[in-house]
Design a protein around this ligand. Structure first.
Ligand code: NDP
Length: 302
């Protein structure tokens, strides 16, 4: 199979792959530090590292899968500049004292000298747990960027108000905001999609495949996606991921199945028409919201 890759330019001029096909959370997430080491995850990353071009792996302190990522990287011959590693500092579940310590520990566990992207995982910082404010956390992110330990920095699950608050003191604007985004949840929080597009903060989408994962027999969207899959000779997953990407959002997906990982890599060899993109957008927005993460904080926006 010949793959077409896509690189997106961030607001600092650096490039990022147009999709992350190996998320090491959700399916692989370990709630307890003593949970079992996952040989299956190592194998899955190793398989993905054999694909041509640049591979984007999405990690986080909270997932506790750094050891598996490190093992797969050590076993791979792919050059470092063809691997894009994202990591996230854990908020609101605290694992290390601050973003500087968090990144140092992550780099040690993964055997890396730098990450390509480092994110603050969540904006709401409990002062009983952490001894820094959101502004102070961002300042530490900027230091890590200036020291070259994180080539790009950003945030995750941030609302417009969180970005506005940070903007009063940031020296470096976040390159990325990674949010929950799919046809059934086009604004994780009010106005966030338009705000990030307008302010040149690149969006990433976790949970991009929810409309295919949560199918109800009355749903029109999966039927339409099936028709498009036939038209383009692609899988339904590829159609859904391509829609996310044509909405200018970078999909962050994962799978335990090698064929799904390979398919997700191959979404840039075709393009949906503008009408098709708009029709998926419309069908999705007519459906009830489905929100899978951060419900305690964000269900109020449903
Ligand atoms: N920043 C944040 O707060 C968060 C970040 N993330 C990141 O995003 C990554 C991806 O999130 P996730 O929600 O898993 O992404 P997706 O929406 O892409 O879902 C992937 C999951 O869906 C299953 N799946 C794939 N295709 C289908 C289908 N056609 N029908 C039914 N099930 C299907 C896969 O199972 P199978 O293994 O069988 O293929 C896999 O478990 C995470 O691993 C993590 O790295 C996730 C949540 C929060």
């Amino acid at each position: 199979m010949s793959y077409q890759t896509s690189l997106i330019t961030l607001n600092n001029g650096n490039k990022i792959p147009g999709i992350s096909i190996i998320g090491t959370g959700t399916r692989w997430y370990k709630y307890n530090p003593e949970d079992k080491y996952s040989d299956a995850l190592v194998k899955q990353i190793e398989n993905a590292l054999e694909l041509p071009g640049m591979l984007h792996i999405d990690c986080a302190e909270m997932y506790q899968t750094h050891a598996e990522v490190g093992e797969a990287l050590r076993n791979s011959k792919k050059p470092r500049d063809e691997i894009f590693i994202t990591d996230k500092y854990a908020i609101p579940r605290k694992f290390s004292s601050n973003p500087k310590e968090g990144l140092k520990l992550a780099l040690e566990k993964m055997g890396l000298e730098y990450v390509d992207l480092y994110l603050l995982h969540f904006p709401i910082i409990d002062p009983k747990l952490y001894d820094f404010t959101l502004e102070e956390a961002w300042k530490m992110m900027e230091d890590l960027y200036n020291e070259g330990l994180a080539k790009n920095i950003g945030v995750s699950n941030f609302r417009v108000e969180d970005l506005e608050q940070l903007s009063k003191s940031w020296v470096i604007k976040p390159q990325i905001n990674q949010i929950e985004f799919n046809a059934y949840l086009q604004n994780q929080t009010p106005g966030i999609y338009d705000y990030c597009i307008k302010n040149n903060i690149q969006l990433e989408a976790f949970c991009p495949l929810v409309p295919l994962r949560e199918v109800n027999e009355k749903d029109l969207l999966p039927l339409y996606v099936k028709q498009l899959a036939q038209k383009y000779s692609k899988t339904e997953n590829q159609i859904m991921l391509r829609w996310v990407s044509q909405r200018k959002v970078i999909p962050v997906t994962t799978s335990s199945r090698p064929e799904r990982v390979r398919d997700a890599y191959d979404i840039f060899s075709f393009e949906l028409t503008q009408d098709e993109v708009e029709f998926i957008t419309k069908l999705g927005s007519q459906h009830d919201t489905i929100r899978k993460y951060w419900n305690v904080y964000y269900d109020k926006y449903n």
